[in-house]
Design a protein around this ligand. Structure first.
Ligand code: NAD
Length: 487
């Protein structure tokens, strides 16, 4: 298994961003310098000014070269322009640099900051590149739209292995997988299965699986029971916000986006334009992003120094205006004064809050190879846009059965997943979107591309509007498709 190593000083790219971005970046860099982080800093410009120059991604093309060369990006928040034509810089960066894991620690600092759950200290690791966020959507009929949910084996392996490495390195005791594999048995089922496979390589770390609906409810209600949570993209997006909210750490949490050759670190909040330039913003979110960066580049001793100084600062009641303290006896300080307070406490350790220990180790970056399974096509689902004969499935079924032949026969028709032919119930509501399943005529037989093309020719010849097809495949004899409800 390969592990990344970073030179010292470590080249990093940083961007000041928009709104409060420049102030909190300056404060963060001052603290890193005072803590003697060994960094070689390269600045790039991102955000509003770049968008205004007509660059729709919000980042200059040459900045990508610097980013790829250094592979470490500390990013202040930017103001995302409203309107069409602008691309989200975060999404572009994530996809372009292959940042497969989003890491978001959510922790309560009770009694020094307000939190609904004083004992909470969990990290959510979310798959970052695929799932419904691949952005593949279609409108297929007058009534029906679809979004493709893509879950890949390498995508699951990378993020799940990262989660276990993260747990191991940080001395965490448990990794919880959340999915909805009771319903999505193939996509979420793969995520869960690979979780079980990889968990076996980490016998010292407890593992468990939870269905995401009850899992998110537990994050909101009893977050103390979680340690590290790993989950596909969409669920992770939602759970991360729930967790940050109940921890009371929205304004002070950092996050990381990790890839095989690059990583990006930031605060979870935005550019807060209303308070920009007033020296009142809290630099803690970006500072926590920077602490995660230091751990990532294996400068864990500096990460611990900064983190402990920050914890001591909070314990001493030094805080910016956004932090509502339980007692409210200490005066509010500005961005610069807060940074100075952290610098003055470098070398101190907190007295009541647990001090930071990050551990060395680095993460595994090469996913293990897996055997290639034998793939065979055993049928095809032909999707139709059909809105005739009062949408009577028996009429459509009879028309399609006349197209049987050349090795294929109609097996069933479903509407939004429910079998309506043969033998559907009259109560089932039907849209204009029909999935018509054709399988090999011979039991256990296979189907060729030519047979599928010929079938589509017959479908078109019968005046039916096909909108897409999906092959029904088996892999080493195991079904690679779901059965219709009632099939
Ligand atoms: P926001 O996080 O900027 O602000 C929400 C609230 O929190 C505001 O009241 C703000 O004053 C306060 N706040 C945020 N950070 C603070 C800090 N460090 N110190 C003190 N108070 C702080 O969210 P928003 O208002 O929805 O978005 C503002 C802009 O930021 C938008 O253009 C949005 O698109 C962008 N944004 C960028 C990122 C990013 O770059 N990663 C993330 C989220 C939002």
């Amino acid at each position: 298994m390969t592990q990344r190593t970073f030179p010292r000083p470590t080249p990093i790219v940083y961007a000041r961003g928009d709104g409060i971005g420049p102030e909190i970046m300056d404060a963060t860099l001052q603290i890193l310098e005072a803590a003697k982080a060994e960094l070689e800093l390269h600045e790039i410009e991102i955000g509003q000014k770049v968008y205004e120059r007509g660059i729709s991604a919000g980042i200059e093309p040459e900045s990508w070269d610097v980013l790829r060369r250094t592979g470490v990006f500390l990013k202040a928040p930017i103001t995302t322009p409203q309107g069409k034509g602008f691309k989200s810089l975060n999404v572009t960066t994530r996809k372009s640099l292959g940042l497969f894991a989003n890491v978001r620690p959510c922790r309560s600092y009770h009694p020094f900051t307000r939190s609904l759950h004083p004992g909470m200290n969990l990290t959510i690791i979310r798959e970052n590149e695929e799932d419904t966020y691949a952005g593949i959507e279609h409108r297929q009929t007058q009534e029906v739209t679809q979004c493709l949910k893509l879950i890949s084996r390498p995508g699951c392996e990378k993020v799940i292995r990262y989660a276990f490495d993260y747990a191991e390195r940080g001395g965490r005791r448990k990794v919880t997988c959340m999915s909805k594999d009771n319903i999505m048995k193939i996509t979420d089922g793969m995520f869960h299965r690979i979780f079980d496979e990889i968990a076996a390589d980490y016998p010292d770390i407890e593992n468990e699986h939870m269905i995401v609906d009850i899992g998110s409810a537990m994050v909101a209600d009893a977050p103390e029971q979680f340690d590290v949570i790993v989950t596909p993209n969409l669920y992770g997006d939602i759970i991360s916000d729930i967790a940050a909210q109940v921890a009371g750490s929205v304004g002070i949490a950092g996050s990381a986006n990790i890839g095989e050759s690059a990583a990006m670190f930031e605060a979870i909040h935005g550019s807060a334009p209303a308070i920009a330039g007033k020296n009142v913003a809290n630099p803690s979110g970006l500072l926590h992003g920077a602490v995660m960066m230091l751990v990532h580049i294996d400068q864990t001793e500096v990460a611990e120094l900064v983190r402990n100084a920050w914890l001591k600062t909070i314990e001493d009641g030094v805080h910016t205006a956004d932090i509502r303290l339980a007692d409210n006896i200490n005066p509010v300080v500005g961005t610069d004064a807060f940074a100075q307070a952290v610098i003055e406490r470098l070398g101190d350790k907190p007295r009541r809050l647990a001090s930071a220990t990050f551990g060395h180790g680095g993460e595994h970056v090469a996913p293990p190879s897996h055997p290639v399974e034998k793939k065979e096509i055993v049928g095809v689902d032909v999707f139709l846009d059909w809105d005739e004969s009062n949408r009577d499935p028996d009429v459509l079924g009879a028309a399609l059965q006349r197209l049987d032949g050349e090795g294929l026969k109609l097996k069933m028709i479903t509407n939004r997943g429910v079998k309506v032919y043969p033998g559907g119930l009259p109560e089932t509501f039907c849209t204009d979107h029909w999935r018509c399943r054709f399988v090999a005529e011979q039991q256990g037989g296979t189907v060729t591309h030519e047979q599928v093309i010929a079938l589509l020719g017959r479908v078109a010849g019968a005046g039916l509007d096909f909108i897409k097809t999906e092959h029904l495949c088996t892999f080493d004899g195991e079904l690679g498709y779901s059965l219709g409800q009632g099939e």
